[in-house]
Design a protein around this ligand. Sequence first.
Ligand code: ZN
Ligand code: ZN
Length: 233
Amino acid sequence: MNKFKKIVDIIVTTIYPNKCLGCGKILDDDNYLCEECNAKIERNDLEKICLNCGLEEHDCVCKYNVYRFNSLITVFKNQGVAQKICYNYKFKKRQHYVRFFAKEICNAIGNCYDNVEFDFVCAVPSFDRFGFDHSGYIARAVAKKLNLPFYNNMLQCVKKTKKQHKSSYKERLSNVDDKYCTTQSISTVNVLLIDDIKTTGATLDECAKQLLFAGADSVYCVSVLGSVTNIEK
Ligand SMILES: [Zn+2]
Ligand SMILES: [Zn+2]
């Protein structure tokens, strides 16, 4: 049986070799990145991260923004290899990348939220519920890894907004105001909220507002990418 499994493994890896998510190079192990991409990828230094805005201390925007979530970690900077991987995931719909994101997110949670007991995981919803649920797929994989319930429809998007990437922080805040709603009341729970790309934090802030309004005790956020672009200083 073992021999059979080995043969199947060899056939599968010959047809579908494991490739580096960053550069596409064929890997002879089951890692997600080749050595070069792993050395190059722009991870935030979790020792130096400001847990209020999720950015490294020298990029901290806390004096410009007051968020309603309890804490935020952004795992990677929004540039280079990490940006390429995240954009390929989101826009080329490479769903299998979620395993890489879940691994990195769980590592960050183990480092920064080690003392928090979460009750469930949910995600920033996308407007098209039947489309590519980019944050939801990651949140589901994180929940599975942490052995926590995943509340798929906890948050819903009720208002379509114009594309946000060129909006200022203030425009974003008003764009997302009441964009989301919760679908059930909750009480005294610690929520782990997942997003793929955090820009100003306005979306996470609005989702946290709704979760707190629904009865959550605290909302801890993690996003794969975090950037400081478009912040009005
Ligand atoms: Zn590579
Ligand atoms: Zn900060």
